[in-house]
Design a protein around this ligand. Structure first.
Ligand SMILES: C[S@@+](CC[C@H](N)C(=O)[O-])C[C@H]1O[C@@H](n2cnc3c(N)ncnc32)[C@H](O)[C@@H]1O
Length: 296
C-alpha cells in the first residue's frame, strides 16, 4: 500500500528548516505501536520540537536533544520551567534575551523576516517586532498547557547518546532525523544559522555544529545508529529521497554494517508545501525501524 497523506499542521508551529511537518501524522502511526505504557520517546535531533511535543502531550516521557540554540530555546520555552538571564546588548536584542521563550520568539521572527541569512538592524523594524510578538503569544499558549519534557539536552548527538548510557536511561524509541546533506551531497548550511549564527547573535557560547556532507554522512549515520541501539528498544531512522544519500545507498550501507532494519515504512508527499525548502516537488519519506540492544 502506498499513501499520500497531507498531515495536519503541528500544534507547536515554529518556522524551522528541515521540520518534518508533513510526516508527523505518519510517524505517529508508525511509532505508537512501539511505545510501552508510560514509556520514553527520545530524539537525537529535535529541531522544531513539534514532533516531541506531540508525544509529550500524548503522555509519554519525552527526551529532546539538538545542538542548535534555537531548537533548545524552543524546547526550554514550552517543555520546561527553566529560567535564564538577560544578556546585555547595546540595542533592542537585550529585550528578547530574558527568557527561553523570548529567545525562541526572536529567532522565529528573524527567520520569518530574513530567512536563514539573518541580520540584526540597529533599531527594531515594526514588522519584525510584530512577528516576534506573534511567536511569543503562540509559545505562551503552548507553554501554558503545562506539558513538560522528561529531559532536555543541547549536545552533539554522540555526546548525548553517551550521556543517556552513563545515566542508565533506556528508551522505547530513539527517533533520528539527521541534518542530511542535499541531494547533490553538499551540506545544509541552514543548520549553521540555527546553531552557530543565532548563538553569535545572542553572544552566547555554544558547541559549534559541523554539518555532514557526502564525504562523511554515511559513516556518521552508521556510528550514530549503533550508539543509539545501546540505549533503545527501537531506533527509528528517518531519511528522504530528496537527500543524499539516496535510499539505495543508505540501505546498502545499513545492511553491510549489520543493521538489518525490521520494517521500512514509506510515505509519498506531494511537495514541500509549508516550508518552501526548494527541494524536489515530489519525494518519499523512508522510516527504518531497527531493533535496539535492549529490545527484550
Ligand atoms: C532535519 S533537522 C531535524 C528536524 C526535526 N525532525 C523536526 O521535525 O523539526 C536536523 C537537526 O539536526 C541538528 N543537528 C545537526 N548536527 C547535529 C549534531 N551533531 N548533534 C545534534 N544535533 C545536530 C540541527 O540543529 C537540526 O535541528
Amino acid at each position: 500500500m502506498d499513501i499520500i497523506l497531507k498531515g495536519s499542521k503541528p500544534e507547536l508551529d515554529m518556522p524551522y528548516f528541515g521540520r518534518q511537518s508533513r510526516f508527523y501524522d505518519f510517524f505517529d502511526k508508525c511509532i505508537e505501536p512501539l511505545m510501552s505504557e508510560n514509556g520514553i520517546y527520545a530524539e537525537t535531533n529535535s529541531g522544531s520540537v513539534s514532533n516531541a511535543f506531540k508525544f509529550a502531550k500524548k503522555g509519554y516521557k519525552v527526551i529532546v536533544n539538538d545542538i542548535s540554540v534555537y531548537s533548545n530555546s524552543i524546547a526550554k520555552a514550552v517543555l520546561s520551567d527553566e529560567e535564564t538571564n538577560k544578556i546585555e546588548h547595546n540595542n533592542w536584542i537585550s529585550d528578547y534575551t530574558k527568557s527561553y521563550l523570548d529567545r525562541a520568539a526572536l529567532f522565529g521572527g528573524l527567520i520569518k523576516k530574513y530567512g536563514y541569512n539573518p541580520i540584526t538592524p540597529d533599531t527594531l523594524p515594526e514588522d519584525l517586532k510584530k512577528y516576534i510578538e506573534e511567536y511569543k503569544e503562540h509559545l505562551t499558549n503552548i507553554k501554558n498547557q503545562k506539558i513538560r519534557a522528561f529531559k532536555i539536552y543541547n549536545l552533539d548527538l554522540f555526546k548525548y547518546l553517551d550521556k543517556l548510557e552513563e545515566e542508565n536511561i533506556q528508551v522505547d524509541v530513539m527517533f533520528m532525523d539527521f541534518a542530511w546533506p542535499w541531494r547533490d551531497g553538499t551540506q545544509t548550511d541552514e543548520y549553521d544559522t540555527t546553531a552557530n549564527v543565532f548563538a553569535d547573535i545572542l553572544k552566547i557560547e555554544n558547541e559549534k555544529v559541523k554539518i555532514w556532507d557526502h564525504t562523511n554522512v554515511i559513516n556518521e549515520v552508521i556510528k550514530a545508529v549503533k550508539k543509539a541501539q545501546k540505549v533503545s528498544k527501537y531506533v527509528l531512522l528517518s531519511n528522504q529521497s530528496s537527500n543524499f544519500p539516496t535510499p539505495e545507498l543508505l540501505e546498502v550501507a545499513l545492511l553491510k554494517n549489520g543493521l538489518n532494519y525490521n520494517i521500512r515504512h514509506t510515505m509519498l508527499t506531494d511537495a514541500e508545501y509549508e516550508d518552501d525548502l526548494g527541494k524536489c516537488d515530489f519525494f518519499r519519506e523512508y522510516l527504518y525501524v531497527i531493533d535496539g540492544n535492549i529490545r527484550k
